[in-house]
Design a protein around this ligand. Structure first.
Ligand SMILES: Cc1cc2nc3c(=O)[nH]c(=O)nc-3n(C[C@H](O)[C@H](O)[C@H](O)COP(=O)(O)O)c2cc1C
Length: 178
């Protein structure tokens, strides 16, 4: 069984990041693949403190990531990088969570630029030994790609589905026993 956990780094209830991650999860869910979404907007995750081992939901969230064969990470673009919500979660996690884990990246922008955000996510995930697949999805002008909760851009949907397939494929390569 392959478990894919998606982590959404937006606090917005109607987050495009969260909706986009759900599109990926829906595409891969079923058969021997099970999926879960972690919405950091509803998690109790105080600002990381290096003198305190665990706070709020941190132990539970880390276990869910540690137990997963694949992790999708999503962040809104904030000032050409990722959100503080995403970074705070990231600071709690280490190689213990990401070693031998397939990782896929999603960034959603209000404007037109998401490249730096994805690069920052890629390089910081490397720091915790995640196996980030080359496929990644950046969504510019995210609000124009959705009608309510529905993704209306079929090109973006296809790329999100390709990302899901790539991450599950990498998870199977890393965990042939799963
Ligand atoms: C603090 C802050 C900084 C932002 N910086 C950028 C930016 O640098 N470039 C951009 O295109 N959009 C920027 N945005 C817009 C968000 O990327 C956009 O609204 C995104 O779709 C939000 O994702 P969400 O719906 O998952 O929260 C910013 C928004 C906020 C709140």
């Amino acid at each position: 069984m392959i478990t894919v956990v998606a982590v959404s780094g937006s606090r917005r209830e109607r987050s495009y990041t969260k909706k986009s991650l759900q599109v990926v999860l829906d595409a891969v869910d079923g058969g021997d693949v099970r999926t879960e979404l972690i919405d950091l907007g509803t998690a109790d995750l105080p600002l990381y403190h290096p003198d305190i081992d665990e706070q709020g939901d941190s132990a539970d969230l880390k276990k869910r990531v540690r137990d997963a064969e694949a992790v999708l990470l999503g962040s809104p673009v904030y000032h050409d990088s990722y959100s503080s919500t995403f970074r705070n979660f990231h600071d709690y996690c280490s190689k213990d969570e990401f070693e031998d884990t397939a990782v896929g990246l999603v960034a959603t922008a209000g404007g037109g630029s998401y490249g730096a955000t994805l690069e920052h996510m890629r390089s910081t995930v490397r720091g915790v030994h995640g196996h980030t697949v080359p496929e990644q999805v950046g969504i510019r002008r995210a609000s124009r790609k959705y009608d309510g909760d529905t993704l209306t851009d079929e090109g973006i949907r296809a790329r999100l589905e390709e990302l899901g397939a790539a991450v599950v494929g990498e998870a199977r390569r890393l965990h042939p026993e799963a």
